[in-house]
Design a protein around this ligand. Structure first.
Ligand code: PXL
Length: 279
């Protein structure tokens, strides 16, 4: 039987405070009409970006047990969407998960969460970067930010503006790692605007998607973007339409957030206002 509501397995950590990963993925996808089944990779008190001494419970050993239970129940997923992983071994577990639940229409969305603004997040290692290259080979769509794109390609993590030629060639090289479609987020233009690049391997077409408002740097924007993108793709949108809606959503949430100067980078964005009031 087909799922009445599209069903997505969300392979992310849960960070109690700081608005990223599952605390963003769950509400956004549910509000957009997608059933979310969380497969937690780690449980943290906060995300790793700016709150000091966070707690970290690694869920690696439990993940295969959760997957096996789901398999015994014959649960069908329309999509598997992964983000922040708690250990390099989770890549092998995730590849096995994809293999066990594979069918013709399964959408595998991998956000290779590793770093941003030219730097690795504090729990990430060179081993994780190496393993992420293996994971992206098993995805239908990948959504690295510009730093993660550089890490996957073994390029220097530059920050600041880059040429269209460079970012289009990176998108193509990323697709050569395995995914049919590539989205690179947080790319900076000469006039200090952020944009997203989408690339489709089958058509060979690359396109820039502009965001209306992107001043300010906040945690969880990547998770917000890929959640909206995943929801719209599951509802049948083209990659371009889904990426534009996701960019508009993030822009609108940032525009809400910067109205309140007390909210800083680590606090994340006021995505709830956009969910509640619409775009
Ligand atoms: O939003 C990416 C992310 C997810 N999960 C954790 C993080 C980060 C980024 O810092 O620390 C735990």
């Amino acid at each position: 039987m087909q799922n009445i509501i599209p069903r997505l397995a969300a392979v992310h950590d849960i960070s109690g405070f700081g608005k990223c990963s599952l605390t963003v993925v769950l509400p956004i996808l549910s509000a957009m009409g997608i059933e979310v089944c969380p497969l937690p990779t780690a449980v943290l008190s906060t995300h790793t970006g700016g709150f000091g001494d966070y707690t970290f419970l690694d869920m690696t050993d439990d993940m295969p047990k959760i997957i096996d239970h789901w398999k015994s129940l014959d649960i069908k997923f329309d999509a598997i969407y992964s983000g922040f992983l708690g250990s390099p071994r989770q890549v092998d577990i995730l590849i096995d998960f994809i293999e066990k639940f594979k069918h013709d229409k399964l959408l595998t969305i991998v956000d290779p969460v590793m770093g941003d603004h030219g730097k690795l997040y504090s729990t990430m290692t060179d081993e994780m970067v190496e393993k992420m290259r293996k994971l992206v080979a098993n995805a239908s769509i990948i959504t690295p930010n510009f730093t993660e794109a550089a890490l996957l390609l073994g390029e220097e993590c530059v920050t600041g503006a880059v040429s269209d030629d460079l970012v289009f060639s990176w998108a193509k090289r990323l697709a050569d790692l395995g995914a049919a479609q590539v989205v690179i987020t947080s790319v900076m233009s000469d006039d200090n605007e952020m944009y997203v690049v989408i690339y489709d391997k089958q058509t060979g077409a690359a396109k820039k998607i502009y965001c209306k408002y992107t001043q300010g740097v906040f945690h969880g924007t990547g998770d917000t973007f890929t959640s909206v993108l995943s929801a719209r793709l599951l509802h049948g949108d083209s990659l371009e339409a889904a990426a534009q809606t996701a960019a508009n959503f993030v822009s609108a949430a940032i525009a809400e957030t910067v109205k309140y100067p007390g909210i800083t980078t680590r606090d994340g964005i006021l995505f709830e206002k956009v969910l509640a009031n619409g775009l």
